[in-house]
Write a protein that binds this ligand. Structure first.
Ligand SMILES: CC(C)(COP(=O)(O)OP(=O)(O)OC[C@H]1O[C@@H](n2cnc3c(N)ncnc32)[C@H](O)[C@@H]1OP(=O)(O)O)[C@@H](O)C(=O)NCCC(=O)NCCS
Length: 180
């Protein structure tokens, strides 16, 4: 996984930037909702201040394979969620969440499109993978809107949830001729 050469990305409405300790309050309020974490693999529930602080600290660790961005609204600087890449079996995997008050306004799709451009551009990656719980229809839609191609279904353990569940894998390959 290459290092992030640029840690501040912008789209029409959003800024993707490194998380800071100032995000922890909003992070706890938004990530504290079960509806937000229930389909995720790693987000704890309940989501404590210590969880938020650990997430921010891990984002800045020099050797981390987790490279999350905080997502904020450009207009007000409001923290609304997070997105990033982790490494799964050698492949960069995208993950994201948006706080419930901000759902269905296109923010996840906008943030993911921005991360994809960054991954295929500055980071020089050739392929991204993603996984969504079968029942998580909003996430399937986000991935499809961003061009991910639906692949196999597997049953996986979600460590933070303590259950096995059906997930659908997606992948996106850098278009031929795109800037590496
Ligand atoms: C999945 C999630 C990130 C989507 O965020 P968002 O900002 O609302 O996403 P967008 O607005 O960009 O797109 C959502 C799309 O899903 C659609 N959608 C929402 N709920 C849906 C449902 N129950 N069934 C089908 N489609 C649904 C929306 O209509 C929209 O599609 P459209 O633009 O064609 O109308 C957000 O719901 C979330 O954070 N969920 C909890 C965490 C999570 O699941 N993360 C992903 C793990 S793989």
């Amino acid at each position: 996984m290459p290092a992030y050469p640029e840690r501040r990305l912008e789209s029409a409405r959003l800024r993707l930037r490194p998380p800071t300790p100032d995000d922890v309050g909003a992070l706890m309020a938004l990530a504290g909702e079960w509806e937000v974490v229930k389909y995720t693999v790693r987000m704890p529930h309940p989501y404590t201040q210590a969880d938020g602080e650990a997430w921010v600290a891990a984002a800045h660790a020099p050797d981390t394979a987790h490279r999350p961005f905080a997502i904020e609204l450009k207009t007000r600087g409001t923290f609304i969620g997070a997105i990033g890449l982790t490494e799964t079996d050698g492949a960069p995997e995208v993950g994201y969440w948006i706080g419930r008050p901000y759902w269905n306004q296109g923010y996840a799709s906008e943030a993911l499109a921005t991360l994809i451009d960054h991954a295929f551009g500055a980071l020089g990656l050739g392929r991204l993978v993603a996984r969504a719980v079968l029942a998580n229809r909003a996430s399937h839609r986000v991935l499809e809107k961003c061009g991910f191609v639906r692949g196999r279904e597997t049953v996986e353990l979600a460590p933070a949830r303590g259950v096995r569940r059906a997930v659908v894998w997606y992948e996106l390959t850098r278009p031929a001729g795109a800037r590496a």
